[in-house]
Design a protein around this ligand. Structure first.
Ligand code: 0A1
Ligand code: ZN
Length: 884
């Protein structure tokens, strides 16, 4: 559909229609149909008379014909569930406006006009949490992607950039703090206990970056001086009582600002940077210009209530939103198909930042783990799409692991091929060339090509082709030469049956078996369907280490003896490759365990190889504990299932549990010694102590799997002795999976201890719903009826139901109870919060890759959802594609 054009409308002067439009398939929007807007809005002045029940909005737009537009006299102003109270053009009330569905159309004949529109909105009734909504008496906005149109009529598309002036007035007691983008230019007292504030943002921005917050908030503040000497006031705003948990967020913000100056040469551009934490939020956080709005989850932390992983996530998300100031705000997206332009690049930036702040190898492993468990399944299922999609029905459905995480991997490959210095030249050129513009992925690629001196002609396929490339590597050794035969196949995905070969950068090393060393790493680029690479000077067959550092986001099939994997797991000098060798050993063993393809003795030999590799990790004194903890983690069932065309998730789950218990028994002495050693290390936030806690959690898992009584004893001791949430949570997680009396005592204590702290009560729900307890489904049913459960808070919904959906024991229960639970959730949540409801569909959508009996049950749930007449566009799109 032409997103800028104005379809002919015979019903002139139609006023707001109350009746719902007849149900019809939502229109499909195509990337290729992009047209520049006919009208631009260089300036907008907004006035808000604030109230939780009703907020009155007056919007004054200065509009101008777009010289690059199609010359149409019709201006389309998008709306969503709003009605105009009045419309004025150049000061005169007009009534020849009309509605086209939810949008307002106004005919304009001159070159430039002033338009004024009044609307009335009801924040308290806004359960979708898009637009202006109420949360605990506070008012806040969420406008990305298309929320601004729920506040006022506007060309709500990212290529319309405006300078915003905002005035807001409201009851001072209810809303003592009034915030918007940019700088506060004036404020004062009004009548009857009201006050007002005016804000001005000098940087033109699209409507999705508009933000407003009004409420009772307190700030943890600091000052930051940029490298060119600009003094910036920083504030982390939270509800009174939460301020003691904001220091880590503030420290992370300062670190992000410094890092972006040093690493990408990017400096902040306003005198004020506000972050507001809100407990009702659909996503993680939002990069509104100068006024980031965050889910409390990514702001609040102290050792008693937040785990080490929570601390890391806060640092990463604070960095991510801050980095958007350049990759997203100064340069934004021309249209939503270009979402990965800002998201893929910003994820890469936040990954590099976190790596620099902590352990680079551990961060890399964590990022790959997320990619494999969230993005690989997406890429091989019915919702697969390229990082730059070609079409969508509801853009909210495209805030995906593909656009974000694979998007980051694709840009990381450019960086690998260019090297960090040349890559930086490319990003410098991009920022310089497109500053102030709404750009495209193609603009980014061209800037990197020119700035970094790369030829990315064929590489562009990574933007247009979906699916994880399957790469096969075979090594032959003859005389003193090694030949690698490398081939690729990009699988078919919906709408893309045939694929072309893509350039795949592979970092490789050839190890000497005796000295456990290699003669230098090489970068080879496979850009054909199949190719050979020859290396001379190897009298003995070396051990191949390939895709080091996960240099390409691919699935690798390397034929090599199990002994080579044991060797690499113990000796590879690339920490990622070492981790990868461990994972490959486990994956090989578990896939063999659920298939009949291998003899019992061969299976036992593979299992012994896993044990030897684990023993080496436990015994290696040179290894730091953060890395040790990482290497001890077993791959999740979702990743194991990816290896099979059709999987029986319960069989994989059982095999994984069996392996855990067997390793726990076989390595019992070392695991207990590890748990004892790390338990003696006192709490601190330094890497050594964090590593100790990670190992403590892993050791406990294996000990409990092997010997539940010993596991319960140790977990119980750890729970009650804990002086931090990391240890308390890892102990409670183990107790949750055991049928022991200590379980209920600890769970009751946890609830009582943290009553009133929503984020910790979320953990209480998540731990139970994600547990391996035999009665986990009964627990989930009871938790849904718990007085603390509510469908109106996305964090709480995710804590209970997302934990259930990713828990193979609960979700894939043979009787179908797990599928019914998630199906029912989607049906009940859709009318309340469609965006969050739609996020649960992909779990059921994988039915084609699941064994036939379960597949029927999953499909039946999808069909039941599809049969509902009033489904949201969000859920409708995901369900239709999942069934199609
Ligand atoms: N741009 C944000 C993500 C985001 C997208 C949509 C939202 O609507 C509820 C909220 C946030 C980011 O990448 O952080
Ligand atoms: Zn982002």
């Amino acid at each position: 559909m032409d997103i800028a054009s104005t379809p002919a409308d015979s019903e002139a002067n139609m006023q707001v229609a109350d009746a719902a439009p007849p149900p019809q398939a939502p229109p499909v929007i195509h990337r290729e149909d992009y047209l520049p807007p006919a009208w631009l809005v260089p300036q907008i002045a907004l006035e808000f008379a604030l109230g939780v029940d009703e907020t009155h909005v007056t919007s004054k737009l200065s509009v101008q014909r777009n010289p690059a537009g199609n010359g149409s006299d019709l201006m389309r102003l998008n709306g969503d569930q709003i009605a105009p109270l009045s419309v004025r053009v150049d000061g005169e009330a007009i009534n020849d406006w009309r509605l086209d569905g939810p949008d307002l159309l106004i005919e304009l004949h001159g070159q430039a006009h002033e338009i004024e529109i009044e609307t009335l909105i009801k924040p308290i009734a806004n359960s979708q949490l898009m637009g202006l909504y109420a949360s605990h008496g506070m008012l806040c906005t969420q406008c990305e992607a298309e929320g601004f149109r729920r506040i006022t009529f506007f060309p709500d598309r990212p290529d319309v950039l405006s300078v915003y002036s905002v005035r807001m007035a409201g009851d001072k007691a209810a809303f003592p703090i009034l915030l918007s983008n940019g700088n506060c230019t004036a404020q004062g007292e009004g009548e009857n206990g009201t006050h007002w504030a005016e804000w001005h943002d000098p940087w033109p921005k699209p409507s999705y970056l508009f933000a407003l917050v009004a409420g009772n908030l307190v700030a943890n503040s600091a000052a930051y001086t940029t490298r060119s000497g600009r003094k910036v006031a920083l504030n982390i705003w939270v509800r009174p009582g939460d301020e003691s948990r904001t220091q880590h967020a503030l420290d992370s913000l300062i670190a992000s600002m410094k890092w972006d100056e040093q690493t990408f040469g990017r400096e902040y551009d306003l005198d004020l940077f506000n972050v507001v934490a809100v407990s009702d939020f659909n996503m993680g956080a939002m990069e509104n210009k100068g006024l980031n709005i965050f889910n409390t989850r990514y702001v609040l932390a102290d050792p008693d209530t937040a785990t080490d992983a929570d601390y890391d996530a806060i640092e990463g998300v604070i960095g991510h939103e801050y980095f958007h100031n350049w990759s997203g705000n100064r340069i934004t997206c021309r249209d939503w198909f270009q979402l990965s332009l800002k998201e893929g690049f910003t994820v890469l930036r936040d990954q590099l930042f976190s790596a620099d702040m902590g352990s680079e190898p551990v961060k890399r492993i964590e990022d790959v783990r997320v990619l494999r468990s969230a993005q690989f399944p997406e890429d091989s299922g019915p919702l697969a799409h390229p990082i730059r999609p070609d079409s969508y029905q509801e853009i909210s459905n495209f805030y995906t692991a593909t656009v974000y995480n694979k998007g980051a991997e694709v840009i990381r490959m450019m960086r690998t091929m260019a090297g960090p210095e040349r890559f930086r030249k490319g990003t410098d050129l991009y920022f310089e060339r497109h500053d102030g513009e709404a750009a495209t992925c193609e603009d980014f690629i061209k800037a990197i090509e020119e700035g970094a001196g790369l030829d990315l002609e064929q590489f562009r396929l990574w933007y247009s082709q979906a699916g994880t490339p399957q790469v096969q590597v075979r090594m032959a050794h003859e005389g003193d030469a090694v030949t690698l035969t490398v081939s690729q196949a990009v699988p078919s995905t919906p709408g893309q049956a045939m694929k072309q070969p893509m350039p795949i950068p592979l970092r490789i090393a050839l190890f000497d078996r005796d000295t456990a060393s290699h003669d230098g790493e090489r970068l080879i680029i496979l850009d054909k369907a199949s190719d050979t690479f020859r290396f001379e000077g190897y009298a003995k067959a070396p051990v191949l280490s390939v895709n080091r550092g996960f240099s390409a986001p691919i699935a690798l099939d390397v034929e090599r003896p199990v002994e080579d994997l044991v060797f690499l797991a113990a000796s590879d000098d690339d920490p990622f490759a070492r981790y990868e060798a461990m994972q490959s050993l486990v994956v090989r063993h578990l896939i063999a365990a659920v298939s009949d393809a291998m003899s019992a003795s061969a299976k036992a030999a593979e299992r012994n190889a896993v044990k030897r590799a684990f023993a080496a990790v436990l015994d290696d004194v040179a290894l730091d504990d953060l890395m040790r903890g990482e290497l001890l983690m077993l791959p999740p069932v979702s990743y194991l299932a990816e290896q099979l065309l059709v999987a029986d998730p319960s069989a994989l789950y059982e095999a994984r549990e069996d392996l855990k218990a067997w390793l726990g028994r076989e390595l019992s002495a070392s695991l207990r010694a590890l748990h004892d050693r790390v338990s003696a290390i006192p709490y601190s936030r330094d890497a050594g102590a964090r590593g100790a806690r990670k190992c403590k959690a892993q050791a406990l898992i294996y000990i409990a799997a092997a010997d539940p009584a010993e596991g319960a004893r140790r977990a119980d001791t750890q729970y009650w002795a804990a002086d931090n949430m990391t240890d308390r949570q890892s102990a409670l997680s183990v107790l949750c999976g055991l049928d022991v009396p200590e379980r209920k005592q600890a769970l009751d204590d946890f609830h009582k201890r943290y009553e009133g702290n929503a984020l910790v009560i979320d953990k209480w729900f998540a731990l139970q719903a994600g547990s391996t307890h035999p009665l986990v489904l009964d627990h989930i049913r009871d938790l849904a009826l718990h007085p603390d459960f509510t469908m109106s808070n996305p964090n709480r919904v995710r804590a209970l139901y997302m934990s259930a959906a990713v828990n193979p024991k609960a979700f894939h229960d043979a009787g179908g109870e797990g599928y019914r639970t998630i199906g029912e959730l989607i049906r009940r949540l859709d009318p309340i919060n469609p965006q969050t409801a739609a996020r649960f569909v992909p779990a059921l959508g994988r039915w084609r890759r699941i064994e036939v009996e379960r597949a029927h049950l999953m499909k039946a749930e999808l069909e039941k959802i599809a049969s509902l007449p009033d489904l949201s566009r969000d859920v409708r799109e995901q369900v239709t594609k999942s069934l199609g």
